[in-house]
Design a protein. Structure first.
Length: 346
């Protein structure tokens, strides 16, 4: 029987959480996986399905079901059992509130892997959940480049065949002990079918984070505002001048980040032509995907805009860099999102 240190908890049962959970349970002799639900209705729905999750490798492909998940309803009967390996796949804006009910089960013994869009979540967690550096969990960050969306509550669709993911341990002062602690979860994710994960050192992971953020800053708000799939953004030549203005601001912010001073990263990697190439490549690979921000907008949910273009705005302000184009898109998304949420509440 596996020890508690070899059990995995997953918080966030949207497209990414479902995809990761399904992939882990597809391993030979997989570790125990517990799905954490915040809402009683969600818990009951999964329980009625026998805690099974489905994945289609294409939109019309056969449904591959995986079961034998454990389920836990947070807050109903508070548990004190420590959580050693936690995968967080909630929206970036919900990270702090989602971890609040389980923070007493997390500590230095824990590894938290964030599979999320955007940047700034770890700063929020350190400030509001784990202010004591000596008792903080080990952080890992997962960068997903798969096109995944939910067709129904427990059925994820992998829209592109060429997706991949990158994993790395977030830099810390006691890196060696942190790396050792995170090895179990790292190994499981690297072996999980369909995820196609690679392991990166912190400098390389930070670089990939910035590339992914640039992609999200272009694709997410535009697909959400225009209500189109990713591929339409590359096909519409009327949008190309807007792409250029966005990427010019993003490039300037990236190249002036103080974090890069201590890392062996060539700042020319973040030139406008380089970022345009990265964005174009992702548009092509995920052309049929519906971005998470578009899906949030369509369903009347809050978006992650403040951790995507909003992060560019915050860092630009710190650095004295004008980011009017990112500011305009951020305000448009916030306004449209608010209208959608108000309509859904009526």
């Amino acid at each position: 029987m596996p020890s508690p240190t070899q059990s995995i908890h997953i918080l966030g049962l949207g497209s990414i959480g479902t995809f990761v959970a399904h992939s882990i349970r597809s391993l030979p002799s997989p570790p125990p996986v517990t799905l954490l639900a915040h809402r009683p209705a969600l818990y009951q729905e999964f329980a009625s399905r026998g805690w099974k999750l489905g994945l289609r490798l294409t939109e019309d492909g056969p449904l591959q079901e995986r079961g034998d998940f454990n389920g836990e309803l947070l807050g109903k009967t508070p548990s004190t059992n420590p959580i050693h390996n936690l995968i967080v796949a909630v929206k970036a804006s919900a990270t702090v509130s989602a971890l609040e009910p389980i923070k007493h089960r997390l500590g230095r013994h824990s590894t938290i892997c964030l599979f999320q869009n955007g940047m700034g979540q770890i700063d929020d967690l350190n400030e509001r959940i784990f202010p004591d550096a000596s008792t903080r969990p080990t952080y890992m960050f997962g960068i997903m480049r798969h096109g995944v969306y939910l067709r129904s509550l427990a059925e994820a669709i992998l829209a592109g065949a060429n997706g991949s993911a990158s994993l790395g341990i977030v830099d810390s002062n006691d890196q060696e002990s942190r790396r050792s602690q995170a090895e179990f979860l790292m190994d499981v994710l690297l072996r999980a079918p369909s995820l196609n994960c690679e392991r990166l050192q912190w400098a390389d992971l930070f670089k990939v984070q910035l590339f992914k953020l640039a992609v999200n800053c272009v694709l997410n708000p535009l697909t959400a505002i225009l209500d189109v799939r990713n591929g339409c953004i590359g096909e519409n030549s009327n949008l190309w001048p807007l792409h250029d203005r966005l990427l010019q601001e993003i490039s300037t912010v990236f190249q002036n980040l103080p974090e890069l001073q201590s890392l062996p990263i060539d700042r020319n990697l973040f030139s406008v032509p380089s970022l345009k190439s990265v964005v174009s490549d992702m548009v092509e690979k995920t052309a049929q995907n519906s971005s998470s921000m578009r899906e949030d907008m369509r369903k009347g949910r809050a978006t992650e805009i403040e951790y995507i273009n909003g992060w560019i705005l915050r860092r630009g302000k710190e650095l004295g860099i004008n980011c009017d184009t990112n500011a305009c898109l951020t305000q448009l998304v916030l306004a449209k999102s608010q209208i959608g949420m108000n309509d859904g509440a009526r």
